[in-house]
Design a protein around this ligand. Structure first.
Ligand SMILES: Cc1ncc(COP(=O)(O)O)c(C=O)c1O
Length: 389
């Protein structure tokens, strides 16, 4: 094992102040740890922030996606059109429910699902469109809605990267479809673990709330209220997906910082793009006119034919020089589960297949200083200069 770098810049670090710490302490002292008043407040604040109709706080984005599908009608074997350039959590809930993911290739520049190719994949079994706002860059929801409308499909958005992202002047979450958000440790705001289902339809919201906590009709915290004892009723076998007040305590204060975090991410992303766009050895993200990206990820795609090293060698050298790196993503159709159980072909998904070998993600988070950003730039440029063909 080599020695750890003395001044390692991690790929991500969260930002907490005394506000979060005091709110957690207050929760502990209140004696009420699980879903209760803090969760309710976080849901209310989140609803106001995104402009969604209703917000249901859950234990993860994966849980939110599960509830988003479970509250819809469909038949086993129905198809979900989505992107392969994502984390397994996008498709795992659909697979658990007996749905079949159908992958459409991605577009360069944003790495979002290529909307020009969606209709080729629609069959009589297609039931859902599941876009992922990759790295927080919104998909073109108007075009998606147009496709969904013509083929009678339901849109469910994976907004794990997209907290605070704008689409045509409105934040993601406020466009009327169910959207699943993540507050996992490395997300733009975090509750440690956690998620939110934004939903416009009041009946679906009610169903999601029941399914969130075992399928019982009353939240546990209401059962012990001063209004007197109330028995719960089991309506359907549900899940254990509720958010705890301990987590919501973090979320309440993280959300207050979301706009400030967004501005810092945006500024750092601009600095990266100014530095890297002129370099022929890398491809940089492009911003479409209809979005204000959340900049959850800053990716570069290496033009490998211009370099003497592979992507993985590049990652190792960067890490050895003290810069924490990540990869988002090696596409799902290349993963053993999908290779063994489905017949997606590499030729059918050429861009997702190619980007899977070339993508790297750079550190980008509000706790970085501008000097950190410059250090990342200097290191990337030095490594590339040393390994140019
Ligand atoms: C695109 C995408 N969808 C879903 C998830 C799942 O989020 P969670 O860990 O909150 O379940 C992630 C997590 O990283 C993600 O990147």
């Amino acid at each position: 094992m080599s020695e750890p770098h003395p001044d390692f810049l991690p790929y991500h670090r969260s930002w907490f102040d005394d506000d979060e710490i005091n709110e957690v302490v207050d929760t502990l002292k209140s004696g009420w740890l699980t879903t209760g008043p803090k969760t309710k407040q976080f849901e209310e604040d989140f609803r106001a922030f995104t402009g969604c109709g209703h917000a249901v706080a859950v234990s993860s984005c994966t849980a939110a996606l599960h509830l988003a599908f479970a509250t819809q009608s469909f038949e086993t074997g129905d198809e979900v059109i989505t992107t392969p350039m994502t984390f397994p959590a996008t498709v795992n809930p659909a697979l658990h429910l007996g749905l079949k993911p159908v992958f459409v290739d991605i577009e360069p520049g944003t790495l979002n699902i290529d909307l020009a190719k969606v209709e080729e994949k629609i069959t009589p079994r297609t039931r859902f469109l599941l876009p992922v706002h990759f790295g927080g860059h919104a998909c073109d929801l108007d075009r998606l809605r147009d496709i969904a409308g013509r083929h009678n499909l339901t849109i469910i958005e994976d907004g794990a990267h997209a907290l605070g992202a704008g689409y045509r002047g409105q934040r993601i979450g406020g466009h009327g479809h169910p959207v699943a958000f993540s507050f996992y440790a490395n997300k733009n705001i975090t509750t440690g673990e956690g998620g939110m289902l934004a939903i416009s339809d009041a009946a679906l919201e009610e169903e999601a709330r029941v399914l969130r906590l075992q399928g019982i009709s009353k939240d546990a915290w209401k059962r012990y209220s001063k209004d007197g004892f109330a028995h719960y009723e089991l309506q359907t076998p549900g899940y254990k997906y509720n958010m705890a007040d301990l987590n919501a305590a973090l979320g309440i204060h993280q959300l207050k910082k979301a706009e400030r975090f967004h501005e810092i991410r945006k500024r750092y992303a601009q600095i990266y793009t100014e530095a890297f766009k002129p370099m022929q050895e890398v491809e940089t993200p492009e911003v479409r006119h209809y979005t204000d990206p959340a900049w959850h990820i800053y990716w570069l795609a290496l033009n490998l034919e211009t370099l003497t090293i592979s992507r993985d060698e590049f990652l190792n050298i960067m890490q050895s020089r003290g810069i924490g790196m990540a990869v988002h993503y090696r596409a799902l159709h290349l993963q053993p589960y999908f290779r063994n159980h489905f017949d997606y072909s590499l030729e059918d998904l050429p861009l997702a297949s190619s980007y899977s070998e070339r993508l790297v993600s750079l550190p980008l988070y509000p706790r970085m200083t501008e000097a950190d950003v410059q250090r990342v730039i200097d290191t990337v440029q030095a490594v590339i200069h040393e390994h140019r063909r």
